[in-house]
Design a protein around this ligand. Structure first.
Ligand code: GAP
Length: 479
């Protein structure tokens, strides 16, 4: 593969060709930054979701999960600061009428400088961008675009408007038109559903601080610049956890969750060199600390997850706006207080893109006798959409009957796929392309001794094992 851009394009095409991800409503030419998961994509998504849920709830005795509604009382978003402050600095090109996120325009220039080997200039520009963003200096950002002679990719001109802030929340109306209707928002993050339920969960679950509430669900942002496939979407899914703690313990819990979340990422089998922490330069006024876990996508290191030390800001604001006390009585120190919060927030779709980027491989299998190659998705077995393919060598001689017996046992335990058609080599390649870690072939020897050939996706090695060993072997591998 020539370069990372080609690799990324190859991953996007592969996702479409093999039923992982399709553009939304494609027969109408799609909808920008909105995608649908197909038959294998939705299995992969579910497996990643379940893996996160298990590690953040079942395996944590002091974290419970909830499922709050997408619609919330509109005052929620006043209190959270999203109505007034959830915006990005944007600039329009007057000739093409195209709108850009200012940080994206300048970051593209930084990438250009790096590619030209002008690393010092790139670093200086990055520092200038960070400082201007931190200071909310909109006219300074425009000056930077002009001094860098950044042009619109469509019109090719530098005829820019002033930089303005645009709110990213989608709004709609609740209630029928004839009734009194009022404006509500599609939630831009799942976290607020956790904050407003803090006392409900604490009291009904008799939770003692420190404890966490986790949630997985859809979030919506009117991203102006739709880029990079499922990396930046308008409708996406978040997996968030708010960990409620005693004030004064936030620094140690922040470090705890940074470490715990990085461990989770490494447990996906992704090498440490592909990750890094990025500390936020611009901290919200209430935040004590914040960082991102970044993964090296084919288009560079980018955020997958955020870890934020948010003080008691959110609960205090909800207490102020709702006029309901959101306090906790701590029996250990005999005091009432509004808990502090450490948040871990990871995008499910971005995690899918990370797992796909890591798994995708094009392998040259040529021998002196013939040229050959394969595309294989080397998913960790527990995340693979299909765990086992059951393949009778021929459609006759009683082989399909034995293969069906194997299916009947195994499909109770994990996702299996049955196929009789085509040469066995072709069937293996199709299973490689969707990342199936194990294939078993039923052949004439199976009739004699009840053994099958098991083929391992990554090594392509084949072993002979008894039929009864198939299910335990795969169950062990998927954990
Ligand atoms: N509650 C905190 C919060 O929402 P965020 O950094 O805005 O923090 C958290 O979002 C995560 O959600 C990000 O790290 C990213 O993985 C995911 N995310 C955010 N916007 C996204 C988008 N437009 N498309 C896909 N994923 C997105």
């Amino acid at each position: 593969m020539a370069n990372d851009t080609n690799r990324f394009q190859a991953i996007i095409s592969h996702c479409k060709e093999y039923g992982f991800i399709f553009p939304s409503s494609e027969i109408y030419d799609g909808l920008s930054a909105v995608y649908d998961y197909g038959q294998y994509g939705s299995e992969l998504k579910k497996n990643i979701r379940d893996y996160w849920w298990k590690s953040m709830t079942q395996l944590q005795e002091n974290i419970v999960g909830i499922d709050a509604a997408i619609f919330m009382h509109p005052t929620t978003w006043k209190a959270s600061g999203h109505v007034d402050g959830f915006s990005d600095p944007m600039i329009d090109n007057k000739d093409s009428k195209k709108r850009y996120r200012v940080d994206h325009l300048i970051e593209a220039r930084i990438d250009e400088l790096s590619k030209e080997g002008k690393n010092t200039e790139a670093d200086t520009l990055q520092a200038q961008l960070d400082a201007l963003i931190a200071a909310d200096d909109l006219s300074g950002l425009k000056d930077l675009i002009l001094t860098q002679k950044i042009k619109c990719g469509v019109s090719g001109t530098s005829n820019w408007t002033d930089v303005r802030q645009f709110n990213l929340m989608f709004s709609t109306q609740i209630g029928s038109v004839s009734e009194e209707s009022s404006e509500i928002y599609l939630r831009p993050e799942t976290a607020q559903g956790i904050f407003v339920n803090f006392l409900n969960v604490q009291k009904t679950g008799r939770m003692k601080i420190p404890f966490g509430i986790a949630q997985i669900g859809k979030a919506f942002r009117n991203e102006i610049v739709a880029r990079q496939f499922i990396f930046r979407m308008r409708e996406f899914e978040q997996m968030e956890m708010q960990f409620f703690i005693r004030p004064g313990t936030e620094d140690e819990w922040y470090e705890h969750w940074k470490e715990a979340r990085m461990k989770w990422h490494l447990s996906l089998g992704i090498p440490p060199a592909k990750y890094r922490f990025h500390d936020h330069v611009k901290l919200a006024f209430y935040a004590k600390a914040a960082c991102d876990i970044e993964y090296e996508f084919p288009f560079g290191f980018k955020e997958v997850e955020g870890i934020h030390s948010r003080t008691n800001h959110d609960l205090s604001r909800h207490q102020e706006y709702s006029k309901k006390k959101l306090q906790y009585f701590d029996p250990e120190i005999n005091q009432n207080y509004i808990p502090y919060v450490i948040e871990t927030s990871i995008g499910l779709d971005r995690t899918i893109l990370m797992v796909l980027s890591e798994a995708y491989a094009e392998e040259d299998l040529s021998t002196p006798e013939k040229t050959d190659s394969r595309v294989v998705l080397k998913f960790p077995p527990r995340l693979a959409p299909v765990k086992l393919a059951v393949l009778p060598l021929t459609k006759k001689d009683g082989l399909p009957e034995i293969a069906r017996e194997i299916m009947d046992v195994c499909k109770q335990q994990f996702r299996c796929f049955y196929e009789e058609k085509d040469a066995i080599g072709k069937r293996y390649r199709r299973m490689d392309a969707i990342g199936t870690p194990f294939c078993v072939t039923v052949d004439h020897q199976t009739k004699e001794d009840r053994t099958v050939t098991i083929r391992y996706r990554d090594s392509m090695q084949q072993d002979r094992i008894p039929i009864e060993q198939i299910a335990p072997l795969i169950s062990k591998a998927i954990g």
